[in-house]
Design a binder for this molecule. Structure first.
Ligand code: UT7
Length: 331
């Protein structure tokens, strides 16, 4: 006789209840950058849109930045650590392979005992984490999920490599996802291409004894650029279709901040009307991988360009290659 397994229902829908972020204190402008690599402010601005970036100091660890961003998101979302019953940390720069950093962050936030784990989806990490949080809330596996995107990319960047050094930066962003009566997180559109694993990767394994230097980021910039501005750009229309929306329904477009020219290509593909506000946080933040989307949303709030209840398309893309995106309603 087969037993009947009970499966209690989850919430009908989910929503982002609060967003928070943390920016490292140290600002590195292009002039300072050009003391490390042969480049110019003009080239970096023209080819990427970056004027300055934030580099984390010794004390601004993955743990510290995550906790700061999470506390802000939780406060704004009106939840305490006790309300959080799942913590997901998206990062590729937690330098300890295991254990995951998420349980330690949960402990510090007062969510001790809650399931907590890390995900490795590079610059798609925040959107992948959000998709998981949405599914967990709707399945009943969790009620309030904390999603953190955090990176210290400078730990794995060769700061004298002129193909990557000026791009990458550090920071953290967080979102609390909880139950909702109406859909406020749209269906995720996501995918990966393992055949292109080599175009954006670490130069070698940690235990490679043939070289004493630590591994750093290797990127075939043009290959990643092409994939993002063509393949991922085409997928953004699917993100709207699946949510049953047209581009005119959007208030905001917040893509991963990798390169202004990739953002431009996505806007062309989407035939973005002028009524949509587009995040250009790359100018001040550089590329912060899993942290870039919540950081960019924070900047829009600060500038008065984003308001609660507005509809935004977000999309992350990067190493793997992996991409993910969805429509969200801002808290
Ligand atoms: O977050 C994960 C996703 N990452 C991305 O989406 C990044 C995608 N890729 C990119 O954003 C761009 O490929 C880069 C910004 C990394 C590079 O821009 P590019 O337009 O693809 O430059 P390139 O590598 O094709 O180089 C063009 C020229 C070359 O000179 P010549 O051969 O035309 O004379 C390079 O030597 O620019 C030169 N160059 C530089 N010049 C000044 C390359 N790097 C630099 C530099 N400063 N740092």
């Amino acid at each position: 006789m087969s037993a009947t397994i009970q499966s209690p229902p989850g919430a009908p829908f989910s929503r982002i209840m609060g967003i928070g972020s943390y920016r490292p204190v140290r600002v590195v402008d292009n002039a300072e950058m050009c003391t490390m690599i042969e480049s110019s402010d003009e080239w970096i601005v023209q080819r990427t849109g970056i004027s300055e970036r934030r580099w984390a100091g010794e004390d601004e660890t993955i743990h510290y930045m995550s906790v700061q961003a999470a506390r802000q998101a939780m406060e704004r979302g009106g939840v305490t650590g006790e309300d959080i019953d799942c913590v997901i940390v998206a990062t590729v720069t937690h330098m300890t392979q295991f254990p995951a950093i998420a349980p330690q962050i949960a402990l510090e936030l007062g969510a001790q005992g809650a399931p907590a784990y890390d995900i490795s989806a590079a610059c798609a990490g925040f959107c992948v984490g959000l998709a998981q949080a949405d599914a967990l809330v709707r399945s009943g596996a969790a009620t309030n999920v904390l999603v953190i995107g955090v990176e210290r990319l400078t730990d794995i960047t060769n700061l004298t490599d002129r193909s990557t050094a000026f791009l990458f930066a550090d920071g953290a962003g967080a979102a609390v996802v909880g139950p909702s009566d109406e859909p406020k997180i749209g269906p995720v559109v996501w995918g990966a291409d393992g055949a292109a694993a080599d175009v954006l990767k670490m130069t070698r394994m940690w235990d490679d004894e043939t070289n004493e230097e630590k591994p750093t980021v290797y990127m075939e910039g043009q290959a990643v650029f092409k994939w993002a501005s063509q393949t991922v750009a085409r997928k953004t229309t699917e993100m709207l279709d699946k949510a049953g929306l047209k581009v005119e329904d959007l208030d905001l477009f917040v893509p991963h901040q990798a390169n202004n020219r990739i953002i431009d290509a996505m806007m062309r593909t989407l035939r973005m009307p002028e009524s949509v506000t587009v995040a250009r946080d790359i100018k001040r933040q550089g590329n912060t991988s899993a942290a870039s989307i919540p950081l960019a949303i924070e900047t829009l709030y600060e500038e008065g360009l984003a308001k609660s209840g507005q509809t935004a398309l977000i999309v992350g893309f990067g190493g793997g290659l992996i991409f993910a995106g969805q429509v969200i309603v801002l808290p």
